[in-house]
Design a protein around this ligand. Structure first.
Ligand SMILES: [Mg+2]
Length: 376
């Protein structure tokens, strides 16, 4: 089997409720998918990450020629050919490697999880990421009431944990987190995510302010370039510290994990370098007894890829009460997550199924692709 065409699909979907996080504002959702076609009629799909306008030229000019005529079943070799260990545009390398595995699985008639060595489970526990600040909430009271209602909705749907966006005004954030904990009760997991908004002093002040709210983890209190700052927050605040969603390639993760900057490392399969990078980061995390909870905030394609990866990871630590892997499940408005598949991935009771059909096990809806496609 030979790869004959590498096609990029830049997508954009408007949303009805624009929302904020600490670094910006989302009036729409964007993504770039990549499609590999072969001489045997099979196609493979992946999702890239990075500035959408930069991806099609990088694929066409640099990466597609490396894959033309190659056999996708050589995906491990091709990951190195693309620069998986050496470096490059990891957002593109990730998407292409996911598409290679989709093809390799389809060619062998097995799901990607089996191609990677087998699945421990056929469903993955997910936590609900949401609790953003909506543009239409004009007062603090509306913000708090809206978030409490949304969080209670996740609890009613069966999620065992959720995550709230902070990083706005420290005093307001602390009050908001306590309001959420009070509304949710003691059992439901609650993580907080500042998206790199603060300096060490502010991160420590907020962290101490929410210590009593039983926080599952304190995500990206600082930019990931300040690992000494992360270590200081870890030493000072009695909440597990998390980060790593924007890191790519192996060496930034080695630095973060081996220097004990985080308790929870959060690689994203479409950012860090794909399945091969995820497996290596998992090994680093295992060797240092650091928990790995993948970041996932993309389309149905990156969601399916993340599900296959986590299916292959054993429960953490041999005990009679082991911890099963956990995946981020973005619940913010995103038609590119909900509408792209002919058979959508649906959570029940806080779990998503691992697709069982060959490859990624998903089928893209050509009409939805056409509807959201922007010209590159
Ligand atoms: Mg985050």
């Amino acid at each position: 089997m030979k790869i004959t065409e590498v096609i990029t699909h830049p997508l954009r979907a408007s949303i009805s409720n624009a929302f904020y996080y600490s670094q910006g504002f989302y009036p729409a959702r964007e993504a770039v998918l990549v499609e590999l076609r072969t001489d045997e009629g099979l196609t493979g799909w992946g999702q890239c990450s990075g500035a959408p306008a930069a991806i099609p030229p990088a694929v066409a000019g640099v990466y597609a020629p490396l894959l033309q005529g190659r056999d996708p079943r050589d995906w491990q070799v091709l990951w190195h050919t693309l620069g998986g260990l050496r470096g490059g545009h990891y957002g593109v390398i990730s998407g292409l490697e996911i598409a290679l595995l989709d093809l390799a699985g389809k060619a062998s008639g097995v799901p990607v999880s089996r191609l990677l060595g087998g699945a421990f489970r056929n469903r993955i526990k997910v936590y609900a990421t949401g609790l953003y600040r909506l543009q239409r909430w004009e007062s603090l009271d509306a913000w708090r009431e809206g978030l409490v209602e949304e969080a209670l909705g996740y609890k009613a749907e069966g999620f065992s944990a959720t995550k709230v966006k902070i990083g706005f005004v420290p005093r307001q954030d602390v009050a908001l987190v306590h309001a959420l904990r009070e509304a949710l009760g003691p059992e439901m997991g609650l993580a907080v995510d500042a998206n790199c908004a603060w300096d060490v002093a502010t991160a420590v002040w907020v962290g101490r302010g929410i210590e009593g709210a039983e926080i599952a983890w304190y995500e990206e209190p600082l930019p990931p370039t300040d690992l000494e700052g992360y270590r200081e927050v870890r030493r000072t605040v009695a909440i597990p510290v998390a980060g790593g969603e924007s890191l790519a390639g192996l060496h930034p993760f080695r630095e973060m994990i081996a220097t004990r900057a985080v308790d929870v490392v959060q690689p994203d399969i479409i950012i860090c370098g794909g399945f091969s990078a995820m497996a290596r980061i998992q090994t680093l995390a295992d060797a240092h007894h650091v928990r790995l909870v993948p970041h996932c905030w993309g389309t149905a394609v990156s969601l399916a890829a993340s599900l296959h990866f986590l299916a292959t990871i054993p429960d953490a630590s041999p005990s009679i009460t082991p911890t099963e892997p956990l995946l981020e499940y973005d619940r913010s408005e995103n038609p590119l997550r909900e509408d792209l598949l002919l058979t959508p991935l649906r959570q029940t009771g806080g779990y998503l199924p691992v697709p069982e059909a060959p490859g990624l096990g998903i089928e893209l809806d050509p009409q939805a692709l056409a509807r959201y496609r922007v010209e590159d």
